[in-house]
Design a protein around this ligand. Structure first.
Ligand SMILES: Cc1cc2nc3c(=O)[nH]c(=O)nc-3n(C[C@H](O)[C@H](O)[C@H](O)COP(=O)(O)OP(=O)(O)OC[C@H]3O[C@@H](n4cnc5c(N)ncnc54)[C@H](O)[C@@H]3O)c2cc1C
Length: 402
């Protein structure tokens, strides 16, 4: 048994920023960081290891993430953590916020007439060489802090609570931590579900978030003025619109999910792509439905990502037409066809496209769960995005020290 004040499970964006905060501002706190992937500068797998998804991501830090975190933590905490995050970035470069443009006035009018709201996505763009520099900088600062033990190539199998202490088991060791921060992201979404179930803290498992990723030539979408906006209506999300990159498979070992990348020259194309996601209700089985649909669509594509014409959804000839859970797509595609007629004739779609999220649990404004001393951050808390993960990691690190 090894004893620590804090255990951080997952060295992705949220876990790495939590660790950096502990190393810089709470040097008296003895912490251990676990990741099933490789250490800094030795990463191999796409989503696992130091900084998790970030080196593989499109590198867009959406400023709206601050608001998403603030809904949980309150605006003051979220803004102050954002300022701390910005200072870390400033160690690497002078990043500017790119203001998003609006679609043309005529397009905006059409979108609103169909009942959709438009949110513009101001963002900071970081590129692979800057991500590399950030990764190196953060690892060096943490190592200098001396209060952190790194434990890479080390999957956390189980966590149990015994007499106010968490016992964390890997396949060859047990560790005792007074408090823990769960930060296992999308590669750990199934693991997180099991953990939450074992502690009996699942509040709601009713929503499955899945759909398609549409891809088309940028000329087809010219009325959107290269906007990165997201359109929302009731339980639907279309966006963010992502320009001049290409769809890549996001590797989850047993499935690949369609994702997008543009921030490197080799990915550049004259395409625009966007998620079209439905937040569908399946009482008590939202997680299981999401999992089932991602696996089913992957099998239908012979263990690849399906690419088909959008029109096949309307004619019922798509491979995914045999899955009744996708019936809602027809209505949305018809909406899209009203906005941009060529989408129904020229565009392609990709599946599986899902938002991998563990079932919902109750989280306090300091990011603590209903289990005393267990905090959750990033995608493990059901919030997606690089910036939100970083901000939540910073907030949780301060909270565990109180
Ligand atoms: C291709 C791609 C493009 C993206 N582009 C963008 C973008 O442009 N903008 C944006 O805001 N977001 C983007 N995202 C999403 C963003 O990367 C994530 O929302 C963010 O990384 C979540 O951070 P996290 O810390 O919650 O999880 P992650 O960064 O996924 O980290 C989780 C870590 O936990 C580890 N782990 C999992 N299970 C265990 C276990 N049992 N034991 C030990 N360790 C474990 C994993 O190895 C991983 O390192 C993209 C994602 C992908 C895949």
């Amino acid at each position: 048994m090894k004893d620590f004040d804090v255990g951080i499970i997952g060295a992705g964006v949220a876990g790495a920023f939590a660790t950096l905060k502990l190393a810089k501002d709470h040097k008296n706190v003895k912490a251990i960081l676990f990741d099933l992937g490789r250490p800094p500068m030795k990463r191999r797998r796409q989503l696992e290891g130091w900084l998790g998804c970030l080196p593989n991501s499109d590198g867009k830090l959406y400023q709206s993430d601050v608001g998403k975190v603030a809904e949980l933590t309150g605006l003051r905490r979220a803004k102050s953590a954002h300022t701390w995050f910005r200072h870390v970035l400033e160690e690497i470069d002078d990043f500017k916020v790119i203001k998003d443009r609006s679609p043309s006035a005529a397009m905006e009018k059409k979108i609103k007439k169909l009942g959709y709201d438009i949110s513009l996505n101001d963002h900071v763009q970081i590129y692979p060489k800057e991500i590399h520099a950030l990764s190196k900088h953060m690892a060096e600062v943490i190592e200098r802090g001396k209060n952190i033990t790194f434990n890479f190539d080390s999957e956390v199998i189980r966590i149990a609570k015994q007499k106010n202490v968490f016992v964390i088991s890997t396949d060859d060791q047990e560790y005792r931590c007074k408090k823990i921060i769960i930060a296992v992201g999308r590669s750990g979404w199934r693991w997180a579900k099991e953990l939450y179930a074992s502690f009996g803290i699942i509040d709601n498992n009713d929503i499955a978030r899945f759909g398609i990723r549409v891809e088309t030539n940028s000329s087809v979408m010219k009325d959107f003025n290269k906007s990165n906006c997201t359109l929302t209506k009731a339980d639907l999300e279309i966006g963010p619109l992502s320009w001049f990159g290409t769809v890549i498979p996001e590797d989850h070992v047993d499935v690949a999910i369609s994702a997008f990348r543009s921030n490197e020259n080799r990915w550049k194309s004259d395409k625009v792509s966007f998620n079209l996601i439905g937040n569908r209700s399946f009482p008590d089985t939202g997680f299981e439905q999401t999992d089932r649909i991602s696996k089913l669509t992957f099998v239908l594509a012979n263990d690849r990502i399906i690419k088909e014409r959008v029109s096949t959804i309307l004619t019922g000839k798509s491979r995914i037409s045999i899955i009744p859970e996708y019936d809602w797509l027809k209505e949305v595609i018809t909406d899209l066809g009203n906005l941009i007629p060529e989408v129904t004739t020229k565009a392609y779609f990709h599946v599986p496209t899902i938002i991998p999220s563990a079932p919902k649990i109750n989280i306090g404004d300091n990011l603590e769960t209903e289990v005393d001393g267990m905090f959750v951050v990033g995608e493990s808390a059901g919030i997606h995005g690089i910036l939100s993960a970083g901000i939540m990691g910073i907030i949780a690190a301060d909270a565990v020290c109180k």
